[in-house]
Ligand binder design. Structure first.
Ligand SMILES: [Mg+2]
Length: 254
């Protein structure tokens, strides 16, 4: 981790970095982000989650004057889509959709690997849908979309189950990028779409140079879902959780 004294833009992972997984943004983090924006900094948030998740988890709990929102960029589904605030509503800058005819094919690929796994996929104790079409991403959550965080953390604590699934799926879906998403989730996006792609799109759309941007995430280690950002050459800051993020970055709003 190397940090300069200041940056023009601050990019963040959402789950585990700005908020506890799938939980609401805290008031402290909301205040911190609003302070960055009101100081004239740009803020970008990128996640494997899709826009409805950003709305529920982030926007519903983010308290900041509207005039500051023009410097806020939201990048759901690893940056396959980019949203900006047009003064009244959130509008799309671009969107890379999964073709409709491929959705069933991707679903079938998941079904076909179940019998080849070295472990049994849970059939009972599922919380909500496992398979979710997020338009720009297909996501498979082993325990269901609404599984409690304690259960999710127990299921694949060393990331081996997800890695095994990804290994089987990759050759079946050559037009797609298949990667471990959240704690129990496998994400499928168009080839090349990952958080590194998202960061490259952000640099292109915002006009910032990579030296002017700091990315903060909780899974920046190799194999983690933030690792793809490292190849873009922006400075990175690894944190354990939202509290740690505030601890390490609060100096930028003092
Ligand atoms: Mg994270």
């Amino acid at each position: 981790m190397k940090m300069k004294n200041d940056y023009k833009a601050f990019a963040f992972d959402l789950d585990g970095t700005l908020a506890v997984s799938k939980s609401a943004l805290s008031e402290e983090v909301s205040q911190f982000l609003c302070k960055l924006l009101s100081k004239g900094k740009s803020v970008m948030i990128i996640s494997g989650g899709w826009m409805p998740q950003f709305e529920k988890q982030f926007l519903a709990n983010f308290k900041c004057p509207k005039k500051n929102l023009k410097r806020l960029y939201l990048m759901p589904t690893s940056g396959a889509v980019m949203y900006f605030y047009d003064g009244e509503k959130w509008d799309k800058k671009y969107e890379h959709k999964i073709p409709k005819e491929d959705v069933q094919m991707i679903s079938n690929a998941f079904d076909s690997i179940l019998s080849k796994l070295s472990f049994k996929m849970p059939k009972e104790n599922i919380w909500g849908e496992q398979f979710e079409n997020r338009i720009t991403q297909i996501s498979y959550s082993a325990l269901g979309q609404q599984a409690p965080i304690e259960e999710k953390e127990k299921w694949d604590s060393n990331d081996l189950k997800k890695a095994e699934m990804v290994k089987l799926l990759v050759p079946m879906l050559p037009k797609y990028t298949v990667k471990s998403g959240g704690t129990t989730t496998i994400d499928v996006t168009l080839k090349g779409v990952d958080k590194g792609f998202g960061m490259e799109q952000f640099l292109k759309e915002s006009g910032f140079k990579k030296e002017e941007v700091l990315f903060t995430g909780d899974r920046l280690y190799e194999g983690g879902n933030d690792y793809a950002v490292v190849r873009t050459g922006v400075d990175t800051c690894e944190v354990d959780n939202p509290r740690d993020m505030l601890h390490k970055l609060s100096k930028f709003v003092d």
